[in-house]
Design a protein around this ligand. Structure first.
Ligand code: KE4
Length: 429
């Protein structure tokens, strides 16, 4: 039987890379089969190495809010690449992007560029521990903050009990300093802070959950985080790697009007190139080397190519009505999906904030990781593969977010709604 080019390449890749991929979720393990090897993206579409074309709602896991190979970004990169890709020295481009970020994200006065969301989170956690001289960090079930050792920790048995390593290689002595709470649960938050508040260096949270599928904060949840951290002198860290510039120009913090002490950014800020960032008040950030004693560094941090892509991306996003347009298209898509599941009698829960959305195959409201896990992941697998056959490419996991871009057309959204109906019907048959 003929094998596809993707299959051929996957076998080759498995000889030289762990699982044949450079990031686990790309391996399609939650949906079976072999991953598609892509070779081109343009606008809202991607092409695999077998010349199959797909309407893309992964958008490289969020960065490509203006689609693939946008001419304004590509042209700027072409100009810059001829001047060199990295100097390891300060450039005006870094100032330009930093000034854009600081002017757009309400709580930021000073920002440090790094190369990934993971690096941003790792640095923010070190800063929170350093300035408070406390060890405990609080996170929430279902939230993902990159592969930082302190974040690859799962909840211990009791509420305030020690964190347990999520995988081998995480030192128990480190894991015990990460406490995990249920997302959206103010009661358990307050119980923990009543007991441990004065020992807690900080809370890190995705202000809108995006890594258990999309789970918005319940009214009062983010406010409670802000209240208990202010009261105990803990640092509130918003991990806006996914929500930053995605749900609003000022991120989730501008949408919910909460001012965190530190913000982590990534994805969109790099316009598709490797950029992460973390920032906060000048007073807090001046603790970071070389200004302060808390060390953090990076060879390619703020490199000219990545800065160029980020600068152009934020210029594109700053144009009028970009977010209204994203809201309209995302609402149109999800409304179409809802009609389809109703017509077919399929139970589904829809969560959406702006242009990030999820359809959970469950009859429950999804408000945290427990309720997200009630989803029928076997059905999702069938749906995912049937949708691929209809020419629509979504994240290969029920517990990821879907992303609309500014360049998806109304016709493509209609096409996607039709494909969704056919894929649901096939998975249900
Ligand atoms: P990176 O190190 O992958 O740039 O960022 C880590 C990270 C931090 N915080 C949040 C809220 C994130 O969503 C991420 C990364 N998100 C995943 C998708 N769920 C990236 C895809 C992947 O791991 O390959």
């Amino acid at each position: 039987m003929n094998i596809t080019q993707s299959e051929r390449l996957f076998h080759k890749a498995c000889n030289v890379m762990p699982g044949g991929v450079n990031s686990p979720v790309r391996a399609f393990q939650s949906v079976g089969g072999n991953p598609l090897f892509l070779k081109k993206g343009y606008g809202s579409r991607v092409w695999d190495v077998d010349e199959n074309e797909y309407i893309d709602y992964v958008g490289s896991w969020g960065p490509l809010i203006f689609g693939h190979a946008h001419s304004q970004i590509v042209d700027a990169l072409k100009r810059q690449v001829g001047l060199g890709t990295s100097y390891g020295a300060p450039t005006e481009l870094e100032i330009e992007l930093a000034e854009q970020v600081v002017s757009l994200v309400p709580s930021l006065e000073v920002v440090r560029m790094v190369n990934s969301g993971t690096e941003a989170v790792m640095s923010a956690i070190r800063l929170a521990r350093g300035v408070t001289s406390r060890d405990i960090i609080v996170k929430f079930e279902g939230c993902y903050h990159g592969h930082v050792d302190s974040m690859l920790v799962k909840a211990g048995s009791g509420l305030a009990s020690l964190g347990i390593p999520e995988c081998p290689g995480i030192v128990e002595d480190l894991a015990k300093n990460t406490l995990t709470l249920p997302f959206n649960n103010v009661k358990k938050l307050r119980e923990l802070f009543d007991v441990e508040g004065d020992n807690i260096a900080g809370i890190i949270v995705e202000p809108i959950g995006g890594n258990m599928g999309v789970v918005p904060p319940k009214s009062g949840f983010l406010e409670a985080l802000r209240e208990v951290t202010k009261k105990t002198g803990s640092i509130l860290i918003f991990d806006e790697v996914m929500t930053g510039f995605r749900v609003a120009l000022g991120g989730a913090q501008s949408l919910y009007n909460i001012s965190p002490d530190l913000t982590c950014l990534g994805k969109v800020i790099g316009g598709g190139l490797p950029v992460g960032a973390y920032g906060g008040s000048k007073q807090l950030m001046d603790n970071i080397s070389p200004m302060g004693s808390i060390y953090q560094a990076g060879t390619l941090s703020g490199n000219p190519l990545a800065m160029t892509a980020g600068i152009e991306m934020l210029k594109l996003l700053s144009a009028p009505s970009v977010y209204d347009n994203l809201e309209y298209k995302s609402e149109k898509l999800c409304a179409g999906y809802k009609l389809n599941v109703e017509k077919l009698g399929i139970s589904a829960c829809f969560n959406r904030v702006g242009s990030m959305f999820s359809m959970f195959f469950t009859d429950q409201d999804v408000v945290d990781f427990e309720s997200a896990k009630s989803s029928n992941t076997k059905f999702f697998q069938s749906y995912f593969n049937a949708l691929l056959e209809e020419g629509v490419y979504i994240a290969p996991s029920q517990f990821e977010a879907g992303f609309m871009s500014a360049v998806h057309t109304n016709e493509e959204i209609e096409q996607t709604i039709d494909a969704n109906y056919k894929a649901l019907q096939k998975a249900y048959s």
